[in-house]
Design a protein around this ligand. Structure first.
Ligand SMILES: Nc1nc2c(ncn2[C@@H]2O[C@H](COP(=O)(O)OP(=O)(O)OP(=O)(O)O)[C@@H](O)[C@H]2O)c(=O)[nH]1
Length: 386
């Protein structure tokens, strides 16, 4: 038998920020046909929440560290796959029937695919068994118009799952489907609410074949191969790209994380030690959403609430849409009961969001004068601004 037939199938689950990848994965992992599946998840931002939100046994979940799969953590993906194979071959873990890689919402799938198909060591032990892309029926059309990553995710898919159909108008769903057909004429499309969308069969796509996709797909994959062989693109053992430039901020420590998502897109996190008053949280979220929803590509949070600190609240914001919050029965990891909020924004300064959060959670700002108070002072000289 050829090595490829013996190889462990790898599925790539992708889709733009907040499209519904983790929700679909949670439903899929309940299918008994997906036991002995390893899930590799990757989040943009170093405060990771996805591992808390994937409802599978934690042994099957491997988290790749801070950075985006298509950029800085590609080397880590290859190492992880090699390590999994090594552990299977030395009987340290049960043989895996499948590996699912959930990418970040901002991932360009081309380099991720190339890591599996184009790496000779990995290709001996694994075979790429398709790309499943989740597209959000509410934000999908505008996201496709504004983000090239989303376009690539759709064009490269073997299967397209449309999520949130019940939240969108029938006309919006029809227009979205027409656009998806243009970008990917052959991938079957299915409504994510249907039970068959959450069956293991979704992943049975057969060996990945770029020839079944629009011509651009072959070119994108070729570009990745070209990038791999260009020494100018390889630094520190990781692959970077010519047009990479992205600021990745966290906890006030600013560091440059070179990757391919423009300078206008930022990821940062807010961590807060004390439980938050429900009213203050509501006001913070409302203000952020109503005034800046379009710039808020994604917000994900686990929040300690003052009305019942033992039961945290899970918040999901996707552009201007805030999904109904979910109250958990208990903390997923009782050793860490801090509020953690991950935000991915476009043209929305981190300082603005932090100040707003501090204002609603009552954190005193002692490092600078209260500008608003000074401007509002009736004795202030008209026109004079600090
Ligand atoms: N009504 C409805 N809500 C959905 C559906 N799919 C996802 N959601 C909600 O959308 C929000 C984001 O879903 P996730 O599954 O976390 O999305 P994701 O693509 O994994 O997000 P990122 O990993 O941050 O890119 C959550 O509040 C989900 O409950 C759906 O089909 N219908």
């Amino acid at each position: 038998m050829s090595p490829v037939l013996n190889a462990v199938p790898v599925s790539i689950l992708t889709g733009f920020l907040g499209a519904g990848k983790t929700s679909l994965l949670n439903r899929l992992l309940k299918d008994p046909d997906l036991t002995d599946t390893a899930v590799i998840i990757n989040e943009f931002g170093d405060v990771s929440l996805d591992h808390l939100l994937v409802e599978a046994s934690s042994d099957g979940i491997i988290e790749l560290s801070d950075g985006c799969l298509c950029c800085t953590v590609r080397g880590e993906l290859v190492d992880t796959l090699a390590d999994l194979m090594d552990r299977m071959q030395t009987d340290k873990i049960k043989p895996l029937k499948r590996v699912v890689i959930e990418t970040t919402g901002l991932a360009d799938p081309a380099p991720v695919l190339q890591s599996v198909m184009g790496n000779p060591v990995i290709a001996q032990s694994y075979r790429l068994d398709g790309v499943v892309t989740v597209v959000d029926a509410v934000n999908g059309l505008s996201t496709l118009a504004n983000h090239e990553e989303a376009l690539k995710q759709v064009a490269m898919a073997d299967r397209l799952v449309i999520s949130k159909v019940s939240l969108a108008t029938p006309d919006a769903v029809i227009s979205l489907k027409a656009r998806l057909r243009e970008l990917n004429p052959r991938a079957p499309m299915m409504d994510g609410d249907l039970p068959e969308a959450a069956k293991a069969k979704l992943f049975h796509c057969g060996l990945y074949d770029p020839a079944t996709k629009i011509a651009d797909v072959g070119r994108w994959l070729q570009d990745e191969v070209a990038g791999e062989h260009d020494p100018a693109h390889v630094h520190d053992g990781h692959h970077h790209h010519a047009h990479c430039d992205h600021d990745h901020h966290d906890h006030g420590h600013h560091r440059h994380d070179e990757n391919r998502h423009g300078t206008d897109i930022r990821s940062f996190s807010i961590v807060h030690d004390r439980p938050i008053d429900p009213m203050a949280l509501e006001m913070f979220v409302d203000l952020l959403r109503s005034a800046h929803g379009e710039k808020l590509l994604r917000m994900k949070a686990i929040v300690a609430m003052s009305d019942n600190p033992d039961r945290p609240l899970i918040l999901h914001g996707v552009q201007a849409v805030f999904h109904p919050p979910q109250r958990l029965a208990a903390w997923p990891d009782p050793s860490d009961r801090r509020t953690r909020m991950v935000l991915i924004t476009k043209d929305l300064p981190e300082a603005f969001v932090r100040d707003l959060f501090d204002a609603f959670t009552g954190k005193p700002r002692i490092d600078r004068p209260d500008r608003q108070a000074l401007e509002d002072n009736p004795l202030a000289v008209p026109g004079l601004r600090m």
